[in-house]
Design a protein around this ligand. Structure first.
Ligand code: PLP
Length: 336
């Protein structure tokens, strides 16, 4: 398979300029030590609270007037739907967002408030995706998928451009991984500009579809399980066109994390960096927080590490329970 090209990512940057925030890259002293300087790329500061806006705005910008008139549709674990609803609203395009019953209420409500037509269907991303396919077939809507699309990957890749411009010395990028649009775009941009850079992917151990697919050598389904990293639920699509090939070629290392590690990281980012990060966004920091994991990685991290803090759209009642230590996750046995 042909990978997307750096030029597409530069084009995406022009397309999204002014609509999407160029996010800060801040030093994180609580995660840095004598060997390694750590900085956080705060996609939490996007207007819709997550990086997904980059891909959604880019994909919409590339639609023709005729396509826009048909309306857009997607399945989403929440953040892509919120981004597409917002971006479509800005352009006066009708958006239909298909969600499974697993998507947290705060995300559903936020999408409704943006004026999108929200459809709740089934208990998995796959079920929500089936509804998308019906709407495309029956009503001619244009599908803007959450990750497996060249314009989405190129949009997310603009994060890589921003990091490399601001911190060209960076050695390693740590990126949360579900469908792989984020990692594909960032890794493509970063390695095209600086081939020596290392890209580490992190996913929750619960329901890690990309991990199972890499092991199998082809896209496979796994059972979707509830996780604190709810934005990372769902498969990569059995007919995956782009992200499986990109991740296989561009990711140097892949780590799966337990729920308790995600919770500790959310608490750490809140208490030590005063950041509200959703579970999916706390994975990168989680990798550096656990001393045995960090020691095992130490040599391969290099001296400068950037972590993508990918979103902040957490249900605040759950968040409060997690940082207070009253959430049920604290009662589950640890893995050490
Ligand atoms: C979607 C999402 C991811 C993962 O992106 P993929 O392109 O699906 O791998 C990570 N963090 C957050 C907050 C997300 O919404």
């Amino acid at each position: 398979m042909k990978l997307i090209e750096l030029a597409q990512i530069y084009r995406a940057r022009r397309a999204i300029a002014g609509r999407v925030t160029r996010t800060p890259l801040i030093p994180a002293l609580s995660l840095s030590d004598a060997q390694t300087e750590v900085r956080l790329k705060l996609e939490t500061t996007q207007p819709t609270g997550a990086f997904k806006l980059r891909g959604a705005v880019n994909a919409l910008a590339n639609l023709s007037v005729e396509q826009r008139a048909k309306g857009v549709v997607c399945a989403s674990t929440g953040n892509h739907g919120r981004a597409l609803a917002w971006a479509a609203g800005q352009l006066g395009v009708q958006a239909t967002i298909c969600l499974s019953a697993l998507v947290p209420g705060n995300k559903v409500e936020a999408i409704r408030r943006l004026g999108a037509d929200v459809r709740i269907h089934g208990n998995s991303q796959d079920a929500a995706q089936q509804l998308v396919e019906e709407l495309v077939k029956q009503q001619g809507m244009i599908e803007i998928p959450p990750f497996d699309h060249a314009d989405i990957i190129a949009g997310q890749g603009t994060i890589g451009l921003e990091i490399l411009e601001e911190w060209p010395e960076v050695d390693t990028l740590i990126v949360g991984l579900s469908g792989g649009g984020l990692l594909s775009g960032i890794a493509l941009a970063a390695k095209a500009i600086k081939p020596s850079i290392r890209v580490i992917g992190v996913s929750p151990a619960r329901g890690a579809a990309m991990a199972a697919s890499l092991d199998a050598g082809k896209p496979v389904d796994v059972e979707e399980l509830a996780t604190l990293a709810d934005s990372l639920g769902g498969g990569i699509g059995l007919h995956n066109r782009y992200t499986f090939a990109h991740v296989r070629r561009l990711m140097d290392e892949y780590v799966l994390l337990e729920e308790i590690e995600i919770a500790r990281s959310m608490r750490h980012l809140y208490r030590e960096e005063q950041l509200v990060a959703e579970g999916a966004a706390a994975l990168g920091a989680a990798l550096l927080l656990e001393p045995p994991r960090r020691a095992a990685l130490a040599e391969r991290l290099g001296r400068r590490v950037a972590i993508i803090v990918s979103g902040r759209n957490v249900d605040m009642d759950s968040f409060t329970a997690i940082v207070d230590g009253t959430h049920e996750v604290w009662n589950t046995p640890t893995v050490d």
